[in-house]
Design a binder for this molecule. Structure first.
Ligand code: CDP
Length: 227
């Protein structure tokens, strides 16, 4: 296949499968994959570690500004590093998951993060996933995808991903719904569907089915196939 060096924005609510889809699409098309949610999680983790109050917007935005994110390749695979180290597993902890939407709600923090995300994506094409990629970070991306799925299915997928028991489904549904509400109702760059985004409801679809759909759209944008 000829190289298809386009920027692809993938947005959607928690647990819609954005990261798995974005990673697989990037790999198939030879593009870089940037998980912007991991960056918000990493800043939240760092603030918690350093004892920065999560209500202190100025301190949080200074922290974001002073944090270095860069690519490094470990065994030939590009990985995102923060302050010289790979992102810690603790960015997926329950505490960070609980607090990240608060940190991500501040415009001053988002402004710093957007700049870093754009700089990381500069090059030969990137697949970026998050909440505001098609609307704010890469509004000119030639391909924007909005992934969604029913709340129940998203909660089931998240439990499987975390290796947790399906009896926790009601709690997980509540926690995802709460985060979706915070992310969609915030004042700055809320989770919303870009006007020119293609919406894919992934309920009942397998990962490879969704990946194939997105790759099909990418080929159409790149080479005009399937029109
Ligand atoms: O993977 P999951 O769906 O749990 O969420 P994530 O992509 O890791 O994002 C974690 C949180 O970061 C979200 O709930 C948002 O509050 C925030 N976020 C954001 O505000 N903007 C982005 N572009 C990405 C994430």
């Amino acid at each position: 296949m000829l190289p298809c060096q386009l920027n692809i924005a993938i947005d959607g609510p928690a647990g819609a499968g954005k990261s798995s889809v974005a990673r697989a699409v990037a790999q198939a098309l030879g593009l870089v994959y940037l998980d912007t949610g991991a960056m918000y999680r990493a800043i939240t983790w760092k603030a918690l570690q350093m004892g920065v109050p999560l209500t202190d917007v100025d301190a949080l935005s200074s922290l974001a500004a002073a944090t270095d994110f860069h690519w490094d390749s470990e065994n030939g695979i590009l990985e995102l590093y923060m302050d010289g180290k790979p992102l810690p597993a603790a960015i997926r902890s329950a505490e960070v998951t609980q607090q990240v939407s608060l940190v991500a709600s501040y415009e001053q923090v988002r402004k710093e993060m957007r700049q870093k995300q754009r700089a990381l994506g500069n090059g030969n094409g990137v697949v970026m996933d998050g909440r505001d990629i098609g609307t704010a970070v890469m509004p000119n991306a030639p391909l924007k995808i909005f992934l969604t799925a029913s709340l129940e299915e998203r909660a089931e997928r998240r439990l499987r991903e975390l290796g947790q028991d399906l009896s926790l489904l009601p709690q997980m549904m509540r926690s995802l719904a709460e985060r979706d509400h915070k992310d969609s109702s915030r004042e700055h760059s809320p989770l919303s569907i870009a006007e020119d985004a293609i919406i894919i409801d992934t309920t009942g679809l397998s990962l490879s089915q969704v990946v194939d759909l997105v790759i099909g759209h990418a080929k159409r944008v790149c080479f005009g196939e399937g029109e």
